[in-house]
Design a protein around this ligand. Structure first.
Ligand code: MN
Ligand code: MN
Length: 454
């Protein structure tokens, strides 16, 4: 019996065979990341993979049977993967895993395009919690959809292929930044300065005062058939361009855009694909987490209840009973301890990179405000199933008391009367254009999801 608790480094206790599994899983994860930068991209990737794994479209009017595998894609931005198990749904409930697939980024404003000083720009409105200065002077890619007049939807993705051009937001040269550098960090780059360059080649037209913009609109019209008015009916986002990359000579870590929260979405998706669970399992890729989980595709929407009700009615079960017997993992990232910024952490109650999935009893801020705060009984159950499965996990808080804080979707699921706990992956540089995670942790997260479905 171990009298004292000690956190374990997954790499330290892994044999060669286990290391190979960790690194192989990460290769698959990186591929998923590269095709899943926005919630739309991630939902599409998940749909494609679900179809490859034998999942078929879900309908609210259908009667599900044991063994059914379904996906419900909600407005192209949120997906539910459903796998009906053998067990009695009324008494066994549903095992629910929720992660979000939206990440902080720069959305284009509704009327984004303008020309000034011979350059054509796109105005942006940031989405989620960002340090605005981090988004200048890096290559950006444009992802999203535009609705043409008459209802045709056009998919846009520019800047990801090596031969694609990218977009770019300028910063001030140090030579002239004396005043700028005296400002507080939240003012160094103002929201209205986050304007991305989209072009600089004027048309040969003396009369046209915006001939660069005209030329760009012609290019867009040629490629997508769109006009400037169509941009008013679009959802276009600028995200960091490029692929996920290994970090370190030993390749122990991965740098990528949007680990938060695809690093949890991917393991939960893989678990529902890979394991034929006796329980009924739902894996949810949620949208809008970074801005409060509102709207039709966020976790405050009643869509989750509608899905649970549909499953319950399929088996003549009372949906209230199903919910009360259900269990949930709210899978979201947390802040890994960063020794370069030790003052905002409590060393004893931090989670550490490479030490396994982070189980968090509560999130929130200022005296546990706005948190789920999972009951001890549920954490006890989680501990046993993770330990029995050999999944390495740790626990901690997001940061030191009153240093700040953050929330997850856990409370929205818990508010439905479903036992819920936060389990996720520690991230360094969270919400930066490129975040860092450990390959050991994304694999541990996968094992935790499998344990939860067992
Ligand atoms: Mn998150
Ligand atoms: Mn986040």
């Amino acid at each position: 019996m171990d009298l004292k608790y000690e956190r374990k480094n997954v790499y330290k206790i892994s044999d060669k065979d286990q290391l190979e599994k960790i690194y192989a899983f990460s290769e698959d994860y990186k591929k998923f990341l590269d095709s899943s930068k926005t919630e739309r991209d991630a939902s599409h990737t998940a749909k494609k993979l679900a179809e490859e794994n034998g999942f078929t479209p879900f309908s609210f009017s259908e009667k599900l049977k044991k063994g059914d595998k379904r996906y419900f894609i909600n407005r192209d931005k949120n997906i539910f993967l459903i796998r009906v198990g053998e067990k009695d749904i009324a008494t066994d409930g549903i095992r629910i895993m929720v992660a979000h697939v939206d990440s902080p980024r720069l959305d284009l404003k509704p009327n984004p395009m303008y020309e000034e000083s011979g350059i054509c720009y796109l105005k942006t409105h940031y989405y989620g919690g960002i340090k605005k200065y981090q988004w200048t002077a890096i290559p950006l890619a444009l992802h999203g959809v535009v609705m043409l007049k008459g209802g045709k939807k056009v998919d846009v993705c520019i800047g990801e292929d090596d031969s694609d051009p990218v977009f770019y937001i300028t910063d001030l040269l140090p030579h002239l930044a004396g005043e700028q550098m005296k400002k507080s960090a939240d003012k160094i780059i103002e929201g209205e300065s986050l304007n991305a360059i989209i072009g600089g080649l004027p048309e040969d037209d003396e009369e046209d005062k915006e001939s660069v913009k005209t030329a760009i609109l012609k290019l867009l019209n040629g490629k997508y058939g769109l006009t400037e008015a169509d941009l008013l009916c679009s959802e276009l986002c600028l995200v960091p361009a490029g692929k996920a990359r290994d970090v370190g000579l030993d390749r122990a870590l991965i740098s990528a855009y949007g680990h938060d929260d695809k690093v949890c979405a991917y393991p939960e998706m893989r678990a529902i694909f890979d394991y034929d669970s006796p329980h009924t399992v739902i894996a949810i890729f949620a949208d809008k987490e970074e801005v409060g989980s509102d709207g039709t595709t966020g976790m405050q929407s009643k869509v989750i209840n509608d899905v649970i009700d549909t499953i319950a009615y399929s088996f003549g079960a009372n949906p209230i009973e199903v919910r009360y017997n259900s269990k949930c993992i709210s899978a979201d990232v947390t802040a890994g301890y960063d020794p370069s910024y030790s003052s905002v952490f409590d060393k004893r109650n931090s989670t550490y990179v490479s030490c396994g999935a982070a189980v968090q009893k509560y999130t929130g801020a200022r005296g546990k405000s706005s948190t789920n705060d999972a009951p001890a009984e549920y954490i006890g159950w989680i501990r046993d199933i993770f330990d029995d499965y050999g999944a390495i996990w740790q626990t901690g808080e997001l940061g030191a008391i009153d240093a700040g804080g953050g929330g997850t979707v856990a409370k929205h699921v818990a508010n439905l009367g479903i036992d819920t706990i936060d389990v996720g992956v520690p991230v360094l540089s969270m919400h930066a254009p490129y975040e860092i995670i450990s390959k050991a942790d994304v694999y541990s997260m996968y094992l935790c999801c499998l344990a939860f479905c067992k």
